[in-house]
Ligand binder design. Structure first.
Ligand code: ADP
Ligand code: MG
Length: 388
């Protein structure tokens, strides 16, 4: 299922290749996209299996026949009217997300296998943000008959790979037709003992604000892919070189939910006081965390972790890298707070960056800029954006 070095993105027949020399802290999973992806939605002459020829039950059987069950908590998976789970003395964590074609993904540059993988990551990130272990997922899809069976096989290869890498059982779902685009809804379940669960609401004034990984990459990858899509529309024979953008394109197409952070926190014996997934953007999620915890915050612009590719692509696209990091979104990273006493435990860890601290609620939420001015944070970034 893996290919070691190169991934291909096919955009309506053009092969885009990009290397996947992953950074140590971003373990990108590499998979090859077989050539028929780009043709299958367009080339009517190719031999493809229609969904009608299988029927709904044939399709469900075909897509779900190879899912293994690994967790003791899965009593019954796919194949009955409902799954049966038993978490014994653990608490059950549940989250769900809906992805809609044309709103959340664009199949002209999002290979279906990547889409399946990403759809699972979107959900697992929310389980990890509770400091929990992910155990099961259900997968519901709505597709039109513009998709052949082979397209859904690609999607399910991505789902199966994500389930394998993150050790979750696929225990059910639903399959239905759609008049227009594709919809994917995934529900993820997880488990944790109640003392381990971390909510958005536990931060105290003067805690440290910590983010995982680096920010802004997924948004800049999106910018690059959108630009190439426009170039391609004008010149279908163009061969863009995505190599310089490989990191950010991967951040957009192959995000990896931070399962490793839950394990890392445990191994460092760090107990966050609050935690939140920041895939909707750092600034809006900091505000959620502050509101839920009844605290304010100072976030330091010069501490926000940025990959060099994000900085260079922001220069190229004439975008403010801080604004991109604060509001770009789709970085499947976590923000958490810790008591200052815990700082020595995380100091120097390449996965974790202290970006600020919490304050009393009545002090408000601010970005402290590089030139030391105090700018009120807004869900869109910060309000100096308005003057731009
Ligand atoms: P029901 O009529 O109860 O909705 P289905 O015939 O839709 O049952 O589903 C049969 C089994 O297959 C159930 O266990 C269901 O959870 C599972 N299932 C259906 N669609 C999917 C899917 N797209 N992915 C994974 N499992 C699915
Ligand atoms: Mg059903």
């Amino acid at each position: 299922m893996f290919l070691p070095n190169i991934s291909f993105i096919f955009l309506s027949g053009v092969v885009y290749s990009f290397s996947t020399t992953a950074k140590a802290r971003f373990k990108a999973r590499v998979f090859a996209i077989t050539p028929y992806f780009c043709h299958m939605l367009e080339d009517k002459n190719q031999e493809k299996t229609t969904l009608e020829s299988l029927g709904e039950f044939g399709l469900i059987d075909h897509l779900t026949k190879d899912f293994p069950i690994n967790h003791e908590s899965t009593i019954k998976g796919i194949g009955d009217d409902a799954a049966v789970l038993d978490f014994k003395d653990k608490k059950t964590i549940v989250t769900t997300d809906l992805l809609v074609e044309g709103v959340h993904f664009d199949l002209s540059y999002m290979p279906l296998k990547h889409l399946g993988y990403k759809a699972v990551m979107v959900n697992l990130s929310d389980i990890y943000a509770m400091n929990a272990k992910a155990t099961q997922i259900t997968v519901s899809i709505a597709v039109s008959n513009r998709f052949p069976l082979e397209a859904l096989e690609e999607l399910y290869e991505g789902i199966a790979l994500a389930a394998k890498v993150h050790k979750v059982d696929v225990v059910g779902g639903d399959t239905t037709s759609s008049r227009t685009g594709m919809l994917i809804s995934i529900t993820a379940l997880g488990e944790a003992v109640s003392e381990e669960i971390v909510y958005r609401s536990g931060a105290k004034p003067n805690d440290l604000l910590v983010v995982t990984g680096d920010l802004g990459g997924a948004y800049m990858g999106f910018q690059v892919l959108e630009r190439e899509k426009e170039v391609f529309k004008v010149n279908p024979n163009s061969q863009p070189d995505l190599e310089p953008y490989s990191y950010i394109v991967e951040r957009q197409l192959k995000p990896e939910a931070r399962q490793d952070i839950v394990a890392l926190l445990k191994s460092l014996d760090v107990h966050p006081t609050s935690m939140i997934d920041i895939s909707d953007g750092l600034s809006s999620e900091i505000l959620h965390l502050c509101k839920n915890s009844n605290v304010g915050c100072n976030l330091y612009e010069d501490k926000i972790p940025l990959d060099p590719t994000v900085i260079s692509s922001c220069e190229e696209f004439k975008l403010d890298s801080t604004l991109v990091a604060l509001s770009g979104g789709e970085d499947y990273e976590l923000l958490f707070t810790i008591d200052q006493k815990e700082f020595p435990k995380i100091k120097g860890n390449p996965n974790l960056t202290v970006v600020g601290h919490t304050t009393d609620m009545n002090e408000g939420a601010f970005l402290i800029s590089r030139n030391n001015s105090k700018i009120p944070l807004t869900a869109q970034g910060w309000n100096s954006f308005a003057k731009a």
